[in-house]
Design a protein around this ligand. Structure first.
Ligand code: ATP
Length: 233
């Protein structure tokens, strides 16, 4: 479970996250939506301690993130916009293996996770390719594979579908659905609900750093346009 309590994050005098309280249960899929600049990325960066709260705090699996940083980073995997900044190795296989290697897993388990994670994003069998030869969409898929290989309790994806073609999108969606079934919670940051509405249990909309809406997708649909969120078709 991820529990956010009265979280405030300021950049200078401006509160980008302004008193957010939110719980994400295990196995739940939450869409985090809102207009540009509403605080979505800032909020999720607190889920594994990439930012420190000015007020309030975040608990992951009941551990306070600030005090149990390694536990939080093991439990919560993130895929951000500009995934090219997240790549850590020269080849596809080595990049996906990096996280599991740091968990100290044995080689057989690492290889299995690399294979399965690449297959989930339609990059099967491309372990030996250089990352600098990949297209933008392939880099996005590689970053998602890297997060999947961690088999995290909670997976946060910030605008994961922007550069994906339809087969890759369908493949990632199918895998996210399986993950949710297996108890992984998913937080998908987007301002276009068409991507993941079918998967979501809840839609949380931020406006000016505050929770403006927290509803099921069906109940939220009517209010989304006024909050600058594109509703599902
Ligand atoms: N590093 C930073 N320094 C100063 N201000 C920042 C920084 N990062 C974000 N902000 C500001 O904080 C506010 C929230 O930004 P954030 O990126 O969290 O919003 P967002 O909802 O994720 O936006 P987008 O949909 O455009 O990605 C914005 O006003 C933004 O300009």
């Amino acid at each position: 479970m991820i529990r956010v309590g009265d979280l405030v994050h300021r950049y200078g005098d401006t509160a980008a996250v302004d008193g957010v309280t939110l719980t994400i249960d295990d196995g739940e899929c939450v869409i985090l939506a809102g207009a540009n600049g509403s605080g979505k990325t800032t909020l999720v960066r607190h889920f594994n301690g990439l930012l420190e709260p000015d007020e309030g705090g975040v608990f992951v699996n009941d551990d306070p993130v600030e005090e149990r940083l390694v536990a939080a980073r093991t439990a919560v995997a993130m895929v951000f916009q500009h995934p090219e900044d997240q790549l850590v190795a020269a080849t596809v296989g080595a990049d996906v293996a990096f996280g599991p290697e740091n968990l100290g897993l044995d080689r057989g388990e690492i290889d299995r996770r690399v294979r399965e994670s690449l297959a989930a994003v339609n990059l099967d069998g491309r372990e030996d390719e250089r990352v600098d030869s990949l297209s933008g969409g392939e880099v996005e898929r590689l970053a998602i594979a890297g997060a999947l290989a961690m088999q995290p309790d909670h997976l946060v994806l910030d605008e994961p579908f922007t550069g994906l073609d339809e087969p890759a999108r369908q493949s990632v969606l199918a895998h996210l659905s399986e993950l949710r079934e297996s108890g992984t919670s998913l937080v998908v940051v987007t301002h276009d609900l068409r991507d993941v509405a079918s998967l979501a249990d809840r839609v949380v909309v931020l406006a000016d750093g505050r929770v403006a809406l927290d509803e099921t997708p069906a109940a939220a649909a009517d209010r989304l346009p006024e909050l600058d969120v594109r509703p599902p078709c």
